[in-house]
Design a protein around this ligand. Structure first.
Ligand code: G
Ligand code: G
Ligand code: MN
Ligand code: NA
Length: 248
């Protein structure tokens, strides 16, 4: 309860910021985009993970406001960066279901190039009311944003959603990437996900790439996008352009 109260104040007190984790295109070798990741530095507890405070924000009704701040912040930041850099933003289940969400996205992406912003949704965001979710995703597509299915492989019915809605990007959950070198089954699963991704005309991005061995295996198997600590940790906004320039 105290954390919920603190979170209410966090926005005004500038305790929240976005970090941006680079994504590498295995084909061109370039940085193709960044994923915005919310960070909260609590005045007493220090860093609190979004995995901890986002469920709280949702439970106490703070998510619409927090989510809007994230979107606006990420889009404002995108305007400062080259148009070739895609900016991905995570969207929670509650946000997707929120009546104001579409207007909020429309306002945030105003003036930005089509497909410059990508929204990442998890399967759990789609389960409650799949029909409504698919309708929202279609509207979002009309607004010119790209759509990614996040944490792929960890939910219950991802394949069903792939049939009902054409995502642009499929993000392979880091649990599979993590086991890639040691575990033949993880390898088969990743290969199957990549084959399906290709057949459906989607782009795959592997998350949580930590070793050169994982990156090589993913590249050899035709995984187009790579993201993880091997390339970069999430960066402060001002460090993104220097990183991209040093990379090239
Ligand atoms: O960055 P980190 O590994 O601590 O993120 C933990 C979880 O929080 C991840 O599942 C990530 O998708 C989620 N997350 C990070 N930033 C945001 C955000 O801005 N909005 C939402 N809804 N989830 C986020
Ligand atoms: O659920 P989502 O995929 O949005 O979560 C992204 C989270 O994964 C971020 O919080 C980020 O800090 C974390 N992350 C990014 N790269 C790596 C990595 O290479 N290893 C691990 N363990 N976590 C990572
Ligand atoms: Mn994500
Ligand atoms: Na993920």
């Amino acid at each position: 309860a105290q954390l919920a109260q603190d979170l209410r104040n966090a926005l005004e007190r500038s305790e929240l910021r976005l970090a941006y984790q680079p994504q590498v295109c295995a084909v061109s070798g370039r940085i193709s985009g960044v994923e915005a990741l919310l960070r909260w530095t609590h005045p007493e507890h220090g860093a609190v993970s979004p995995a901890e405070f986002i469920p709280i924000a949702e439970a106490v009704g703070l998510m619409p406001r927090l989510g809007r701040w994230v979107l606006e912040q990420a889009c404002a930041q995108a305007r400062q960066w080259p148009a070739a850099l895609k900016v991905s933003v995570n969207v929670s289940a509650r946000q997707l279901a929120d009546a104001q969400f579409l207007d909020c996205v429309q306002a945030a992406v105003d003036g930005l190039q089509e497909r410059r912003i990508e929204l990442e949704v998890t399967e759990s965001a789609l389960v409650d009311d799949a029909d409504a979710a698919v309708q929202t995703l279609n509207r979002l597509r009309e607004l010119g944003v790209q759509l990614a299915l996040d944490d792929f492989g960890t939910g219950y019915s991802a394949l069903g959603y792939l049939r009902r809605f054409r995502f642009d990007t499929l993000k392979i959950d880091r649990s599979f990437v993590n086991d890639l070198e040691a575990d033949g089954e993880a390898r088969v699963i990743v290969e199957t996900i990549l084959a399906m991704t290709r057949a459906l005309g989607l782009v795959a991005i592997a998350e949580g790439v930590e070793t050169a061995g994982q990156a090589r295996m993913l590249r050899e198997r035709g995984c187009e996008g790579l993201q993880g600590f091997l390339f970069s940790r999430p960066l402060a906004a001002q460090d993104v352009l220097p990183f991209v320039q040093a990379w090239e």
